[in-house]
Design a binder for this molecule. Structure first.
Ligand SMILES: Nc1ncnc2c1ncn2[C@@H]1O[C@H](COP(=O)(O)OP(=O)(O)O)[C@@H](O)[C@H]1O
Ligand SMILES: [Mg+2]
Length: 371
């Protein structure tokens, strides 16, 4: 288990997508990758969707992060580090503005009650907007590496699927039905004349239905733009310059989830560049737990009970480490041994650049420089 996989990530990608279940250290990893890329002279931007402000916290920014890229001051880097927190609703508004045929259409959509309610809340919107922002930052001349900290969703695949889901929705029968009156030039849809809409109206309420129908009608003419953009986003996610990092901790449940995710990626023809196992217990010197037990027996026989007790402690800690490494095995099998990097559990939380530098030193095998 070594660091070349991590070097590969930083040198060869222009997009890095960090995936993994919640709480494993995904946001921390994203920040570490951005920081290391900047140290190596790249202009990196890290984007997070985590509403808990963890990225701001990890970077030691007390004022939080804006929804625009913000430069982070570094004194040890030839490159640049930028960071931002995605604002789902504002990103959605931006896409509407970019695709609308005129200002009147923009106003009609942005003022629509259904739109205002779904823009941030609809399931999948957050994932789609994250993918959309990824695309926008990738096209931005200020940056040559975009690191995405994917949303803390139930399912890590949601992020990958979101553009396809949007594309399929635009092709869906229900969407076409809702768009029909707009296409045929009718002003008002006769909800009562459509049995399916009448049924929907009874469930969600006729106001909601009227708002949503008005929304889809206001949407007319923009489907092509949305569909093309979704296709561009899908292409970028699958491009060879885009790397995937899966983050897990040395526990059965998060390893199982990481294995499942790597399998899904492979099924789609995508390789994982690195699998990071975070917060493993450190190795406590050379040798195995059994070696430590032998040393303990020897110490006891030599009449040094204190030393014997210390060696028993070392044996316990090494046993913990050995169990953790065994837990990692299934992930090493699917991702490839050479792609797995194990990071130690630090004795404190990571909430400033020094904390990130300590993790970077382990991840990239360079000396720890605390400043
Ligand atoms: N190697 C580590 N050692 C100690 N604490 C860590 C380590 N990695 C992450 N943490 C801490 O664990 C918590 C969760 O990390 P975070 O990156 O926010 O996870 P995620 O984004 O996957 O939810 C944070 O409080 C962070 O400081
Ligand atoms: Mg996070």
């Amino acid at each position: 288990m070594s660091a070349p996989a991590a070097d590969d990530l930083i040198e060869a990608s222009s997009v890095i997508v960090c995936c993994g279940s919640g709480g494993v250290g995904k946001t921390t990893t994203a920040a570490v990758l951005g920081l290391e890329a900047a140290r190596r002279g790249r202009r990196a931007v890290v984007v997070t969707i985590d509403p808990a402000r963890r990225l701001a916290d990890a970077l030691g920014l007390v004022d939080g992060l804006a929804s625009e890229p913000q430069r982070i001051e570094l004194d040890d880097s030839t490159g640049e580090l930028w960071a931002m927190m995605l604002d789902t609703a504002a990103t959605f508004d931006g896409i509407v503005r970019a695709n609308a045929e005129n200002d009147e259409q923009v106003d009609r959509i942005l003022d629509n009650a259904f739109y205002r309610n779904i823009a941030g809340a609809l399931s999948g919107t957050q994932e789609y907007m994250a993918a959309e922002m990824l695309h926008a930052l990738h096209a931005d001349d200020r940056f040559d590496l975009v690191v995405v900290d994917t949303p803390p969703s139930r399912n890590a695949l949601d992020f990958l699927d979101a553009p396809g889901v949007l594309s399929r929705f635009l092709d869906h029968r229900l969407f076409k039905l809702l768009m029909l009156p707009a296409r045929s030039g009718l002003k008002v849809i006769g909800t009562a004349t459509q049995p399916i809409l009448r049924a929907v109206g009874r469930v969600v309420g006729s106001d909601v239905l009227a708002d949503s129908v008005a929304f889809f009608q206001a949407f007319a003419g923009m489907e092509t733009g949305f569909r093309e953009r979704a296709d561009d986003v899908i292409a970028l996610i699958r491009a060879p310059e885009t790397s995937f990092v899966v983050v897990a901790s040395a526990r059965h449940d998060t390893i199982a989830e990481a294995v499942w995710f790597v399998d899904q990626l492979v099924e789609q023809g995508i390789d994982v560049t690195a699998a990071i196992v975070n917060r493993a217990h450190p190795a406590f010197g050379e040798g195995s737990a059994d070696d430590a037990l032998d040393a303990s027996v020897d110490a006891a026989a030599a009449g040094a009970p204190g030393l014997a007790a210390l060696w028993r402690n070392v044996a316990d800690l090494r046993t913990l480490r050995e169990r953790e490494l065994a837990v990692i095995d299934p992930l090493a099998k699917v991702a490839g041994d050479e792609r797995v990097v194990v990071l130690p559990l630090l004795d404190r939380d990571v909430h400033d650049l020094d904390g990130l530098r300590t993790i970077a030193a382990h991840l990239f095998d360079h000396p720890i420089v605390e400043r």
